[in-house]
Design a protein around this ligand. Structure first.
Ligand code: G3P
Ligand code: MG
Length: 251
């Protein structure tokens, strides 16, 4: 079945440190032109590419980045924790990702992390992301996703032309999902893979929404989901799923 798009989760994170330009390049080098990535903001409002709310796990520095500015990024090393080969790898800004997407023909499912500083900083993050995405080449494709559906609703109101997807953990996928997606103005539902059924996939499609499933690393399961007709699969090992039925990197 054609049309199931493979997305490299945080870039191709088994071959290069997650959420770095090297991980995004690794996806492209392996024929995958969609990545999933995570965005939050520094203290000065600069949107950056990072998964955790602290710097501890994926950089050479500890603590929060909510008190850092763009100048501090020069001191961060987001590669050494992964391998000495990637020493000095920067934490990318969203602006750098957009430039990379334009230069290389990469598409992105951009997950907005639920900023923990409150309303003012969350609204600033939304506006700064929209401003950065205005520089995207129109040929590039983007989906904006988040577990924070209130944030996503505000994002959709401020940027109605950009497709958005509501992220759901299985335990939170309550029976009001259709109402939630319609209230948000969402285009996609991004369900966790665990316990996702063919029946639920059919219901979501019948309600008019696309489906991108996370995080699928088993080839058999990826094949099954592709045959159920899901639009996308987000995987840590997207490079190993290229040959399965239906799942491919969308051109
Ligand atoms: O976008 C899907 C997936 O990335 C959500 O979980 O924690 O890996 O960002 P997480
Ligand atoms: Mg994510």
């Amino acid at each position: 079945m054609a049309g199931c798009t493979l997305m490299a989760h945080r870039g191709l994170n088994t071959l290069a440190p997650e959420n770095t330009i090297s991980a995004f390049q690794a996806a492209l080098d392996n024929g995958i032109n969609w990545i999933e990535t995570d965005v939050d903001a520094l203290g000065d409002g600069t949107p950056i590419i990072i998964h955790d709310t602290s710097l501890d796990r994926t950089t050479n520095r500890a603590g929060s980045y909510y008190d850092l500015t763009a100048a501090d990024l020069l001191q961060l090393d987001a590669g050494s924790w992964f391998s000495p080969q990637f020493a000095g790898e920067p934490v990318p800004t969203l602006r750098q990702l957009v430039q990379f997407m334009n230069e290389k023909g990469l598409n992105a499912n951009i997950e907005i992390k639920s900023n923990e500083q409150g309303k003012k900083e969350t609204l600033r993050l939304i506006d700064n992301i929209i401003a950065e995405l205005e520089e995207l080449n129109p040929a590039r494709k983007v989906i904006i996703s988040s577990f924070n559906h209130v944030l996503l609703h505000i994002f959709k109101q401020r940027a109605p032309k950009l497709p958005v997807g509501c992220l759901y953990e299985t335990v939170a996928l309550y029976d009001d999902w259709k109402s939630m997606l319609e209230l948000v103005g969402a285009d996609y539902l991004h369900p966790e893979d665990n316990f996702l059924t063919a029946e639920r996939v059919k219901e979501i499609h019948q309600a008019g929404f696309g489906i991108n499933v996370w995080t699928v690393d088993d080839p058999g399961r990826a094949n099954q989901l592709a045959n159920w007709g899901v639009e996308g699969i987000i995987s840590n090992v997207a490079n190993t799923l290229m040959g399965i039925t239906g799942a491919e990197s969308e051109k």
